[in-house]
Design a protein. Structure first.
Length: 312
């Protein structure tokens, strides 16, 4: 009997290993990877490159965050999520203890609130998920290895398809941000349409995770005045990015993607860099080397929960 069990276990193990390998292979070729790098994406994004980022961000400054942004938006996330009396669990208390040490400026960089707090930080962000547990898990493993937290800007239609993947991101310690429902360019759409694009994501994330997103990034970096207004009305901190990894321009067949991704980031790297990446297989593969490189240059990874939710 024992022999049979052993043989069966061995067989099961090899089947599992085989299927794990083939899954990651399929993940590489998935249709998702082509969603971001379309011609429209490149044209619509006002700040896809380092050179463009400063001027593009500057051109967006007049609107900034309207004064009608609810004052509650500057309170720590935990209290917003849990009300007043329910923050008794370990997880909630841990979140409540994270002090608000940083804020975001008009270039979408992360700035310390006072002297004595490290300026040399970067914010890690991953857009366009949740797509695939075979990417999310290794990505989280790498973040854990470097004691790093990141924002995952998710699309509502993907959450609807795979609520369990959103739950996975939350369970593994990811901070969930709102990236609109359909990943369309919002800036020319009506108030009602943009409101639905943003608020439907707030609703579904709340339903799945019990928590409401507090960060918003418009698809293609193009939210327009209407996107900024509605984000503020929902207490969301609006951001595009200040350093693009350009991972969205890469293709499966390209060689040297890890080196290219690291060069793209380090070429633009500065204190407070808000780094845009995506849930893409080559980004997952490059992440450990990227984070090691950044640490080697003296940077640490800002906890998104330590960022004030009002731009200044
Ligand atoms: Zn996107």
């Amino acid at each position: 009997m024992k022999k049979v069990v052993k043989a069966t276990s061995a067989l099961l193990l090899s089947v599992l290993l085989l299927s794990a390998c083939s899954n990651s292979g399929n993940g590489n070729a998935g249709p998702d990877t082509t969603a971001q790098p379309t011609a429209a994406t490149t044209q619509a994004a006002p700040e896809p490159t380092a050179q463009a980022s400063t001027s593009a961000a500057a051109s967006m400054t007049p609107e900034t965050v309207p004064s009608e942004a609810p004052s509650a938006s500057s309170t720590p996330q935990s209290s917003a999520d849990n009300g007043t009396d329910t923050s008794k669990t370990t997880v909630d208390n841990a979140a409540a203890e994270i002090p608000l040490l940083y804020h975001m400026n008009k270039n979408y960089d992360i700035i310390p609130n006072k002297d004595g707090i490290s300026k040399k930080v970067v914010l890690l962000t991953f857009d366009d998920g949740p797509k695939n547990a075979d990417m999310i898990n290794p990505l989280m493993d790498t973040l854990d290895k470097h004691h790093a937290k990141a924002i995952f800007f998710v699309n509502g239609y993907r959450v609807k398809e795979h609520p369990e993947l959103l739950k996975l991101i939350q369970t593994r310690g990811g901070i969930i941000g709102n990236h609109s429902w359909d990943h369309i360019v919002l800036k020319d759409k009506s108030y009602a349409e943009v409101k639905k694009q943003i608020e439907d994501v707030q609703d579904i994330v709340k339903k799945v995770t019990g928590e409401t997103p507090q960060f918003f990034r418009p698809p293609h970096g193009a939210g327009g005045d209407v996107g900024k207004k509605i984000a503020a009305e929902n207490g969301l901190l609006y951001m595009t990015w200040s350093v693009g990894s350009l991972d969205w321009e890469m293709k499966e067949k390209d060689t040297g993607k890890t080196a290219k991704l690291i060069k793209n980031v380090t070429d633009q790297l500065h204190s407070g860099s808000n780094i845009l990446m995506h849930e893409l297989p080559w980004t997952v593969e490059a992440l450990d080397t990227l984070l090691t490189t950044l640490e080697g240059k003296g940077y640490s990874f800002v906890d998104p929960r330590s960022i004030e939710l009002k731009m200044r």
